[in-house]
Design a binder for this molecule. Structure first.
Ligand code: PLP
Length: 217
């Protein structure tokens, strides 16, 4: 199947309200262009430098999502164009994004990454840490950052019950926070192997790479 056919197949199998981020990390611009020509505009990358390089080569109406862990010293390279940062996980990173967004007179939409997996390697905050960030004076002073929801990565497992319980937990966090955060509108959870379960648990944004572009080396 071509990239366009795979995209089509995924789009037609998910509800219309679910945003599909095409995760193009490690893939050449020619692959991204194939998706672009099939009408796709939303791309996700996990390395700032790679995203910046692709941004210069791709048409200007692409929406770029930074889905990976972000080092503070890299924020300045993407602040002029990034449309969503998925893995906000500290006040220091929040303040740096705000500072760089201000320089470009922009408001950058961000998601808080919550740790839902059992593995040690996955980044993210606990629910309590996220709660204190949302209630912090620091955030109230960040006029150039909107935290619009949550992101999570489930454990790398085939166990559907475990995946469901991790996604259900993130959905619950999302609903709890949303009571006091009226601008919350995005719950980013689900990848190639688990997006169906994530959508069933309430995801409205999935990040799909290999099912669109093929496996990565
Ligand atoms: C790579 C990546 C994805 C996509 O993974 P696939 O299994 O290829 O769909 C989703 N989210 C994050 C944070 C990633 O780094």
């Amino acid at each position: 199947m071509t990239i366009a056919q795979r995209l089509d197949q995924i789009r037609s199998s998910i509800p219309e309200y679910v945003n599909l981020v095409a995760v193009s990390k490690t893939k050449p611009v020619s692959d991204l262009m194939e998706a672009y020509q099939a009408g796709h505009r939303v791309f996700g990358e996990n390395k700032v430098q790679e995203m910046v390089e692709k941004e210069t080569e791709m048409p200007k109406d692409v929406e770029w999502h930074m889905i990976g862990h972000v080092q503070r010293n890299k924020v300045k390279y993407m602040a002029s164009f990034v449309s969503m940062i998925h893995a906000l996980d500290s006040i220091r990173l929040l303040e740096e994004i705000n500072k760089q967004a201000m320089k470009h007179d922009r408001v950058i939409n961000c998601l808080l990454q919550i740790k839902i997996a059992t593995e040690d390697s996955k980044f993210g905050m606990t629910k309590n840490e996220a709660q204190s960030l949302l209630n912090s004076e620091a955030y109230s002073e960040c006029a150039n950052v909107n935290i619009v929801g949550l992101m999570g990565m489930a454990t790398f497992t085939d166990n559907k019950e475990q995946l469901k319980s991790e996604f259900d937990y993130l959905k619950k966090c999302y609903l709890d926070f949303k009571k006091e955060q009226p601008i919350f509108n995005t719950l980013s959870m689900g990848m190639s192997s688990d997006y169906e379960i994530a959508i069933a648990s309430g995801s409205n944004m999935i990040r799909v790479g290999s099912s669109i572009f093929g496996s990565r080396n």
